[in-house]
Design a protein around this ligand. Sequence first.
Ligand code: NBP
Length: 496
Amino acid sequence: MTDATSPSPERSSDGRDVGLVGLAVMGQNLVLNLAEHGYRVSVYNRTTETTDEFVARQEFGDHIVGYETIEQMVASLSRPRRIILLVKAGVVVDKVIESLTPFLDDGDIIIDGGNSLYTDSTRRQTALADHGIHFVGAGVSGGEEGARNGPSIMPGGASQAWPHIKDMLQAISAKAGPGQDEPCCDWVGPEGAGHYVKMIHNGIEYGDMQVLAEAYALMSAQGQSNSEMATTFDQWNQGRLKSYLVEITSEILAHTDDDGVSTIDVILDAAGQKGTGKWTVISAMELGQPMMLVAEAVGARMVSSFVETRAQAQQLLPGPTDGAGSDLELTLDDIGDAIYAAKLISYAQGFMTLDAASSEFEWNLDLGSVAKLWRAGCIIRAVFLDDIARAYAEQPDLENLLFDPFFVDALSSAVGGLRRTVVAATAAGLAVPAYASALTFYDGFRTARGSANLIQAQRDYFGAHTYERLDKPRGEWFHTDWVGSGGAAVSGSYSA
Ligand code: NBP
């Protein structure tokens, strides 16, 4: 990580410091952040009224100037031109790039700060390199508040761009570390690496939210009031679970509408999603990595969206008891342990996926540095990201986070509570997909001799897929004639 110093941006007399396209919630807030750090920003939005209203309303004077056309905006910038895109992800990014490129020159830089799919960023970097333009896919996390006051920024792509954008992006990013002066922004890697890391961040965010929603469900079933739960989450936020999501969960549970009704009680229990969780799971599967807690979180949102169907099913399908949860007797310590253990396992799965992506795409990701980027500014910011960063700093070749002594100790103390929570919730007929998935992964992962020998035998039986044997070296493959005459096994050596 590099220290960011704040803002005395290098000035070029012939133009403004940076351009930004897309003045919706993220764009407007990032522009204000840039202006506050002394950067002179030229802004453009497809709908000109939005530009006019924004520029008229902001308080940074001519640090922010609006333009009616992309051409005018580009012409206002010093070279190499630096242009940030914060438009709707997908085809819109391609359209905006298409309208920008005729006005750009060799060495100019486009930074896509939206939630683009990493494969799109890889494609865009390659295509723009043909025009001499450096493309950077930068994941930006922290929502509206982060964009305004300091997001976590994960830039990747054309590394030639980094020296020209480093000071600016690090200046406006969140800061972490003992002196709160380490920027949560550093170069991630080539191609779509920045957006990949952001995608995994979002997947983990889905998992964290589901883990907390399950705690809320269990405590509600045990009769805790919303204000009692708010206090519990607040207490959890003072210790090892300290994180942005635990903090806002406490605030949400304490919130009442003007009529005194708890706001949480009147919100429909159907979760939306924009797709980054699904992308994470697809990529993890493609890389052969079991990011199962996030998969369960994505699935749970899907089940939640079946509002009418669930109401029908409740009438038809029996649970283990008449009043689900009425016989739950979990302590708050058990539920706190379940949250903690499930999170540790989820992050381990996330970093397994990052490690696999780094190898597969030859990105050479620094996993400790990734953990540092997530310590502040982003939605999953949490104290235990320091523990992950430390684990990788101490052992850069750490095979799996769960082998780090801190994780071994932390899981040893918390997994009992997770187990009791899963057993009790399941017996009571309450769905805890994230906890159950975490525990199942944990138990499978620590089982030296599992049951996949039967799966291999089945595969060999119906498809002659061959298998390896315990009494032969790895890499030698055998086939058995399972239904041959007299049932005798015929084995031989096969290439894999
Ligand atoms: P949106 O994702 O809602 O996109 C709206 C912006 O895209 C507006 O400026 C709009 O211009 C522009 N746009 C569209 Br739509 N079609 C266009 C076109 N054909 N040509 C040019 N511009 C077009 O904005 P957002 O919520 O601020 O998010 C921006 C990016 O940041 C997205 O990729 C998002 O996924 C990501 N992100 C958002 C958050 C968040 O909390 N919202 C957090 C992290 C990342 P218009 O005004 O003319 O319609």
